[in-house]
Design a protein. Sequence first.
Length: 144
Amino acid sequence: MMKFINKLLFWLEMFIGLIIIAVVIFGLVMFIGLISQHRVASWSEFHSTFEIIMGNLFLLVIGLEMAVMMIRRRIELLPEILAFVIARKLLLTTTGIYEIAIGVVAIAGLFAVRKYLSKCETCLRFERLIASKEIKLEKEDEGK
């Protein structure tokens, strides 16, 4: 029963990841269409248009990163996704110096987590191979 639930969850994650990719592709097509029709008349209008463009692009990147994390089933990609989310917040909606300082500390914390608390890629790949039973560890006899 547990094996069935695990397979069901696996395929559900794949399906959701593919839906996210489809929505991102649709959003990119719509975004390109909107940009091609937009004309900028003044510098202040360019600035606000640029902020909108960057916000939309960051959302598309975050969506793609989420889909990759779900399809590859790699939780170690989470700090990267959170860094994109924090960067989007810092670039688009930050109003005060305290928000900038908190954002910088948060990104520094994410880099620290990624460097010091995550395992090396080779270790993670080895653990996945053991979990998928592609590699079998032989246990030594205790009586020897």
